[in-house]
Write a protein of this length. Structure first.
Lengths: 162, 786
């Protein structure tokens, strides 16, 4: 067992983990942050995507011990400070970008990273970016629309701020 | 009720907030105090006899609570089958036992052999490696047709591995043979409906809990129908009466059929929790799901369609081999029979139909219903055959369909395959699809593609499906071992808010939103005053669950019945309060009024009076405002539509590019267009997945070589186009109170033939008449270069 510490959704946390403990296990089992999901065991589905030091990663593919000292954001950290849905979350609700909800946390985290890197992605760029996130319910049609809408909203906000 | 709510509004989904914030409550998110973890040792060979099973070392491993084998389960029943089909000779199907853990023999890779229960999952998994298991291998039976003649039986009860041979409609056989022998033209097609894995994103999970104080058992499980699990597991496996068994299916991350069935793991954790006096949790990993979740489709079929010189359909003859896998899953026998044979009329006036279905045991994972279940298989064989017929007859594929469609004035229409369509308008949906897909402009687009060396094709398909399963008396006669009604309780609380307890189960469909819209529309109140409760047998009177696009048609109808009873009672209370005759009271927009006066009373006052009955018609009725209904439908519902797919094929590589996909559906009345369109999108994605890339591959040894997300290809975002979806053709269902038909499976039913027809159209210049799904670049390239 190793004791590790990290900042998760702005809070300092620590815990004891085995060498084989994955980041997603640490989040779900030690911290009870069950919004991050496990949908496969081959790092394909993307239901477990979180942000590690600001970048999207599959938390099933990172050892918890290797994330000692890191800053992690999960789906639980994506709402506005007042608890209302953040821009991307709201866009997913507005455009019916989710059905069963299981892939959704990973989709939102992946989309957030895309929009950090590319504020105005084309439809093709969104579809290519989402290659690592599988959704079995929506056919992606409304997920793409949600991300396009979120990009437009975020661009509007940043223009208004300028 | 606000104007933007109720039936017809695209209300945003209330359930989304918890899913978008990480507050969903899926089964694996639940952890109980003192919980133990189960890891299942599964067979790694397809067929064999267990010669040694020594668990001593595993039992002594760190953290192990106990190791179980079938020897420990004496007295427990097998996993039951919920549908009994009778063979052509009237004999019941062969129904061998499906044990919880293998009893001396393993019959597919993944067959559970032993369970280690330990303090942690890692300890359970580590200990399972210490189990000493020897299996004497038997010849694996993988190919259906070979299995029928191999002489190597999976089960003693079925020496030739045939579960049943089914004739339908048996009395039509001679007339069909004669019509085909004498027809102007007969189109023949042999095809494979490829085996699929449903792959809901949430893997299955089950937690058993036992309360020593009350002798109550609780099972938390990833199910589409918790009451059905309680019924099957309680009565047939564990002998626990309903009042001592609670089944909870909380948020469930997709089902698509594969979470309908009762699985051995559910029975094991429920039973073991009592043995160990501790909760037992089992969570499937994805690799395990591939070898333990029921799979779908897997038919090999030959069809023959007889026509006169004008292309009028005279008779259809089909022969199908249907793979059941190693054991009978819950609804498996009805999929290739009653859910398949009864749809072979399609949208057409074919007067004579006969099919012969052989259902075969093989050393593969059990096969059961997957999105559409039997209906996609029927639609695919029919629509592919019609497309081939159009080409052979030199008749435009839309025109050939139009000549044979059941006409709008022919309803109710009794088909020769035992069902009666209540309503429809197939010409209208085809016209819509043709218009949206711009069929008129296709030739110009084809020429443009050709100028770039690409082959463009357009594929047409109609579909019909039977949804809202079903009248209990009918399905009982066909072999169902349960009724197929739905139950709903509507409770008006003292402050006027409303709790709706429904036996339907949402695992992505958005019932919490749609059902609230239906109730709000009926009561004229704000949707936010209505709470939809589902997924817990302790809260809901009864239920048969969600599958076969039945939730709104059957479950929604039960809710409407209860709401109408509530309104009747509430009007009487209002009449009493307003000192008016019952018959003079009207109810509109949440207000009760006395006709011809200005007397009114609001909903809240009536609700409060029902529970604080100081001034109440005690002589006429009891206090309270709560009603329960069991709705048993009069018929199936028959959604139908027309799908058009346009593709471009690169003849150099065999790569198929889906350029656009049009779906024109008739779902009857639509409650929430946004949700309905989302259901179609998802169905299309799964149908396109089947046609383009998905498929189980078993090798000759019975190893599922496509057993991970790296090997089983599902559509990703960049594999799919945007979809053009239209549901403006509306012929309401005539026999349920909402006039709704169901929309969950349509996309998966109509899209495979449309897509394959498009590719065949693109390759028609190369003499290609058929390619079996999935249309991988290799298969397409090989067809072009054959």
């Amino acid at each position: 067992m190793t004791t590790i510490s990290m900042t998760v959704n702005g809070k300092s946390v620590s815990g004891d983990v085995e060498g084989r403990t994955l980041l997603v296990q640490f989040l779900r089992e030690n911290l009870q942050l069950t919004g991050t999901h496990v949908g496969c065991d081959t790092s394909q589905c993307g239901a477990c995507v979180v942000h590690l030091n600001g970048e999207s990663v599959k938390s099933c593919t990172a050892f918890a011990a290797a994330c000692d000292g890191a800053e992690v954001t999960t789906i639980e950290g994506m709402a506005n400070p007042d608890g209302s849905l953040g821009v991307i979350q709201q866009a997913f609700q507005d455009h019916h970008g989710l059905q069963c909800g299981f892939c959704t946390p990973g989709m939102v985290m992946s989309a957030a990273d895309l929009l950090q890197q590319n504020g105005s992605p084309s439809e093709a760029e969104i579809r290519e970016w989402l290659e690592g996130n599988i959704c079995r319910c929506t056919g992606y049609h409304n997920i793409v629309k949600s991300i396009q809408a979120a990009a437009a909203t975020l661009n509007g906000q940043s223009q208004a701020a300028e | 009720m606000p104007k933007d709510q109720g039936i017809g509004a695209s209300s945003k989904r209330r359930e989304d907030v918890r899913f978008l914030t990480g507050n969903g409550n899926y089964t694996d998110d639940i952890n109980l105090p003192g919980q133990t973890y189960a890891y299942i040792l599964r067979s790694n060979v397809a067929h064999g006899t267990i010669t040694r099973l020594d668990t001593a070392a595993a039992s002594a491993a760190p953290g192990v609570v106990r190791v179980f084998t079938s020897a420990d389960l004496e007295g427990l029943g097998g996993v039951p089958c919920g549908w009994q089909v009778h063979a052509k000779d009237g004999e019941p199907m062969k129904e061998p036992k499906h044990p919880i853990l293998a009893e001396g023999k393993v019959r597919h890779v993944g067959d559970p052999v032993a369970v280690v229960v330990a303090e942690t999952l890692d300890q359970a998994r580590d200990a399972a490696e210490l189990i000493d298991l020897d299996i004497d291998e038997l010849a694996p039976q993988i190919d259906m047709r070979a299995a029928l003649n191999s002489g190597v039986a999976l089960h003693e009860e079925a020496p030739d591995n045939l579960c049943f041979e089914w004739h339908f409609v048996a009395e039509n056989k001679d007339a069909v043979d004669e019509a085909i022998a004498n027809a102007h033209h007969v189109t023949t097609l042999e095809l494979v409906n490829n085996r699929l894995v449903a792959n809901p994103m949430e893997p299955r999970c089950a937690i058993g809990d036992y309360n020593r104080s009350t002798d109550d058992h609780t099972l938390y499980t990833t199910s589409q129908n918790p009451h059905v699990i309680r019924l099957l597991m309680g009565a047939f496996v564990l002998a626990i009466p309903e009042h001592k068994l609670r089944v909870v299916a909380p948020d469930v991350g997709g089902g698509f059929g594969t979470k309908i069935y009762h699985y051995a793991e559910e029975a094991f954790v429920t039973w073991a929790a009592k043995q160990l006096a501790r909760p037992v949790k089992w969570t499937s990993d994805r690799s395990e799901a591939f070898i333990s979740d029921a799979q779908g489709r897997d038919h090999v079929t030959k069809t023959e369609l007889a026509m006169d010189e004008n292309g009028k359909f005279l008779a259809l003859r089909c022969e199908t081999y249907a793979n059941l896998g190693a054991y009978l899953s819950t609804f498996a026998p009805c999929v290739p029979t009653w859910l398949h044979g009864t749809l072979l009329a399609g949208n057409y006036q074919t007067p004579l139909i006969f099919t012969n279905v052989r259902a075969v045991f093989t050393n593969t994972v059990p096969v059961d219903a997957y999105r559409g279940a039997g209906r996609p298989e029927a639609t695919y064989q029919l629509e592919r055959t019609i497309d081939k017929a159009a080409r052979e007859m030199g008749i435009d594929p839309v025109e050939l369909r139009r000549r044979n469609y059941i006409q709008p004035d022919q309803y109710p229409y009794a088909t020769p395959v035992a069902v009666e369509y209540d309503s429809g308008n197939y010409i209208q949906t085809m016209d819509k699809a043709v218009e949206i897909a711009d069929r008129a402009g296709f030739e110009a687009r084809k020429a443009e593609s050709a100028s770039r060396g690409k082959l463009r094709g357009m594929g047409i398909a109609s579909y019909i499906e039977a949804c809202g399963i079903a009248p209990s008396s009918l399905v009982g006669a066909l072999g169902a071992r349960a009724g197929l009604y739905e139950a709903a309780t509507v409770r008006v609380n003292p402050t006027g808010s409303i709790s709706v307890m429904t036996g339907s189960h949402s695992h992505g469909q958005g019932h919490e939103t749609t059902f609230a819209q239906v109730v709000a529309d009926r009561l004229g109140c704000d949707e936010s005053n209505i709470d939809i409760v589902h997924g817990d047998t302790s809260k809901i009177p009864f239920g048969m669950g969600t599958y076969g696009s039945r939730s709104l048609a059957v479950g929604g109808s039960a809710i409407v019945r209860s709401v109408d009873k509530i309104i009747d009672k509430a009007k009487k209370i209002a009449a009493h309060l307003m000192e008016a005759a019952d018959a003079d009271v009207t109810f509109e927009n949440g207000m009760f009024s006395v006709a011809g006066t200005d007397k009114t009373i609001d909903w809240g006052t009536v609700a409060l009076t029902a529970y604080v009955p100081h001034n109440f018609p005690h002589g006429e009725m009891e206090p309270g405002l709560e009603e329960t209904s069991f709705y048993d439908p009069a018929n199936f519902t028959y959604p139908a539509g027309a799908y058009i797919c346009e593709v471009e094929v690169d003849p150099e590589t065999g790569v198929v590019d889906i350029l656009n996909f049009t779906a024109a559906d008739d779902f009857g009345n639509v409650v929430n267009p946004m949700i309905v369109e989302g259901q179609v999108h998802g169905g299309l994605a799964q149908g396109i997945g089947q046609a383009m890339m998905e498929g189980c591959v078993y090798n000759d040894d019975g190893q599922l070589v496509s057993a991970s997300y790296m090997d089983y290809t599902m559509p990703r975002a960049d594999d799919l186009p945007n979809f053009a979806v239209d549901h403006s053709s509306v012929t309401p269902c005539t026999h349920n109170p909402l006039g709704v038909k169901g929309c969950g499976e349509a996309g998966a039913i109509g899209s495979p033939p449309a897509l394959v027809n498009a590719v065949i159209d693109a390759l028609s210049g190369h003499g290609v008449t058929h390619i079996d799904m999935p249309l991988t670049p290799r298969r397409v390239w090989e067809a072009i270069n054959a």
